[in-house]
Every structure is written in structure tokens, then in C-alpha cells.
Write a protein that binds this ligand. Structure first.
Ligand SMILES: Nc1nc2c(ncn2[C@@H]2O[C@H](COP(=O)(O)OP(=O)(O)O)[C@@H](O)[C@H]2O)c(=O)[nH]1
Ligand SMILES: [Mg+2]
Length: 316
């Protein structure tokens, strides 16, 4: 087996292992709903609706899926229950691919426009710093020179980013503790530009007092960066903790209302049964889910590939 085959196989195993609990939970519920029934009727569709909602797919996306299955069943009245999972798989795959994108490392900038600036937002504890470390590693692997910028709100947060910087082999730009986020961002972009860096990733503190504060702070950060690199930030990546299920939905609503989020990362899908949230978030927000977190290690961040996700969830 060549390097890339092994690499791909490793990634697939991580994905499958990460989604194990979600899958078990999902299929044990479906098996219970289908038990003793031979055809798909209204009762079974009601049960299926409950299965999807309690698997964190979200009400609106669930209704969309149920409607589509209902239409198919109406066309062919004697659809057997053995066809139910195949139909579900198809409809979920269809929903996900309706919202397809490229990953962040596919950016293109001309020399004068560098660096490519990614601002990472999200509430405390969702996995921002960890995701930044993993992302830095991926960009570095692709041959880009990367700088990280710490948020100076908590000393522990700076140390944590330092550790990730070391692991990934990427420098961290620091300021004195307690500097305001806009000046941290300004300094970071300035310094990265002076070093002719390709990419700079900015960690922001998860201080979500209320929507107005958040909006003002993010607007200010964006404005100061724009003074150095006109289109910066090129990406605003919102990190959501998938293990919180419906909370992740709520946070996505709040942040997208407060600022222009361009990409989503959903973390901690390993060890949770709430992985269905990826389906709902992917469907409900026009913003693409670009990354999923499947563990605490440096290689446990994957580009969200819809087909692989559905394949891992349903088995091939
Ligand atoms: N299992 C697992 N843990 C994660 C993942 N991403 C982050 N974490 C953990 O979540 C905790 C909070 O992460 P951190 O990056 O500090 O969150 P931040 O406050 O948003 O910067 C840490 O213990 C991380 O190791 C993931 O994909 N899977
Ligand atoms: Mg952090």
C-alpha cells in the first residue's frame, strides 16, 4: 500500500470511528421504529421523524427529509421497510451535496494581497484553539508559511496556542496580556505581512456577553485588519461543539446574526451520539461546514466531505 492509500485509509478509519456512537444510536432507533412493520406508513414516518429529531438533525431539516420520503412512498404505495434506510441515505446525501464547497487551503491570492487572513470565532471551550493548531498543521503540510495570533484575554489560552504552534512548527505572534482584541489582530496581520507569510490565523477570545458587544468587537477587529490587508479577514471561521447538539445550532444563529461568518467547523464528533447535528447545520445555514473535529490529536481535523460522511454514517 502506498503512502497516500495508507493516509486515506487512516482518515477513513478516524471518520468511521468518530461517527460510531452517532451511527449506533441512529440505527438502534431506526431498528426499533421499524420492528414488526412491513411497509412504510404514516405511523412509521412519525416514528422516523422522532428518530431524526432526537438524533439532533433539527426539526426543520427533519421535516424536509420526511416530506421527501413521504413523496416517494406516495408514488409507490408498497415500499417495504427494508428500503427505508436506503431512501434515508439518499435523501440525506442529496441535502448535503446541495451545499457543497472547497476547503480553506484552496485559496488563491496574488503576491501583493498576502497574507490570507482567517479569523476564528466561537464561544469558550468549543475547540477554537485546538482547531487552529490542527489547521496550522494542515496549511504547513501544504507548504504554506503560517503565523498564529494569540488572544490575550487569558494567560492559559496563550500558553495553549504556544503549545500548538510548537507542535505544528508554526510561530505564534504575541502581545502583552490584556491587550484589546483589535490591537492584537492589527499587530498579527502587520507582523505576518512583514514576514511575507502566506496565512495568518487569529484566535479570538470567546467572550459572548451579548449580541451587540460581540458585533461591535468583531466589526472593530475586521476594520483594523482591513487597514493592512484590504480584504481581510478573508475567512471568518465559526467553531461549534457538535457534542452540544442543539446548542451548536443556537450559537450558529447568534454568530451569523452578529457577523459575516464564511465557514463552519464542527468539533468533538468523536465520542458523541449527536453527530446528526452536522446534517441539520449543513442544511439550515447557507454557510458551508468546511471542517469536522474527530479527536484531540493534530491529525484529527478533517475537511468535511459530504459523501464520505454519509458513507461512514450508513456503511458502504
Ligand atoms: N474529543 C475531542 N476534543 C476536542 C476536539 N476539539 C477540541 N477538543 C477539546 O476541547 C477542549 C476545549 O478546546 P479549546 O481548543 O481549548 O477550545 P476554545 O476555548 O474554543 O479555544 C480541549 O480539551 C480540547 O482538547 C475534538 O474534535 N474532539
Ligand atoms: Mg482557546
Amino acid at each position: 500500500m502506498g503512502f497516500f492509500d495508507r493516509f486515506t485509509k487512516g482518515k477513513k478509519e478516524t471518520l468511521e470511528k468518530g461517527l460510531e456512537k452517532t451511527k449506533e444510536n441512529f440505527f438502534s432507533k431506526i431498528t426499533r421504529a421499524v420492528a414488526g412493520k412491513s411497509k412504510i406508513d404514516d405511523d412509521l414516518l412519525d416514528d422516523l421523524e422522532e428518530v431524526l429529531v432526537t438524533s439532533d438533525v433539527g426539526v426543520d431539516t427533519t421535516l424536509k427529509i420526511i416530506d421527501r420520503i413521504e413523496e416517494r412512498v406516495a408514488r409507490d404505495k408498497y415500499v417495504g421497510t427494508d428500503e427505508l434506510t436506503a431512501m434515508l441515505r439518499e435523501e440525506i446525501a442529496r441535502l448535503l451535496t446541495e451545499n457543497n464547497t472547497e476547503d480553506l487551503s484552496e485559496f488563491s491570492l496574488s503576491e501583493g494581497q498576502k497574507p490570507y487572513v482567517i479569523m476564528v470565532v466561537g464561544v469558550n471551550g468549543v475547540g477554537k484553539t485546538t482547531t487552529i493548531g490542527k489547521l496550522a498543521y494542515q496549511f504547513k503540510q501544504k507548504g504554506y508559511s503560517v503565523y498564529l495570533a494569540a488572544d490575550t484575554f487569558r494567560a492559559a489560552a496563550v500558553e495553549q496556542l504556544d503549545i500548538w504552534g510548537e507542535r505544528a512548527g508554526v510561530p505564534v505572534i504575541k502581545q502583552k496580556m490584556g491587550s484589546d482584541p483589535a490591537s492584537v489582530a492589527y499587530d498579527a496581520v502587520n507582523s505576518a505581512k512583514a514576514h511575507n507569510a502566506d496565512v495568518v490565523i487569529i484566535d479570538t477570545a470567546g467572550r459572548l456577553h451579548n449580541k451587540i458587544n460581540l458585533m461591535n468587537e468583531l466589526t472593530k477587529i475586521k476594520n483594523v485588519m482591513g487597514k493592512i490587508v484590504p480584504d481581510a479577514p478573508h475567512e471568518v471561521l465559526l467553531v461549534l461543539d457538535g457534542s452540544t447538539g442543539q446548542n451548536a445550532f443556537e450559537q450558529a444563529k447568534q454568530f451569523t446574526a452578529a457577523t459575516e461568518v464564511t465557514a463552519l467547523a464542527i468539533t468533538k464528533l468523536d465520542g458523541t451520539a449527536k453527530g446528526g447535528v452536522v446534517i441539520g447545520i449543513s442544511d439550515q445555514f447557507r454557510i458551508p461546514v468546511k471542517y469536522i473535529g474527530l479527536g484531540e490529536g493534530m491529525e484529527d481535523l478533517q475537511v468535511f466531505r459530504r459523501k464520505e460522511f454519509v458513507d461512514s454514517l450508513f456503511g458502504e
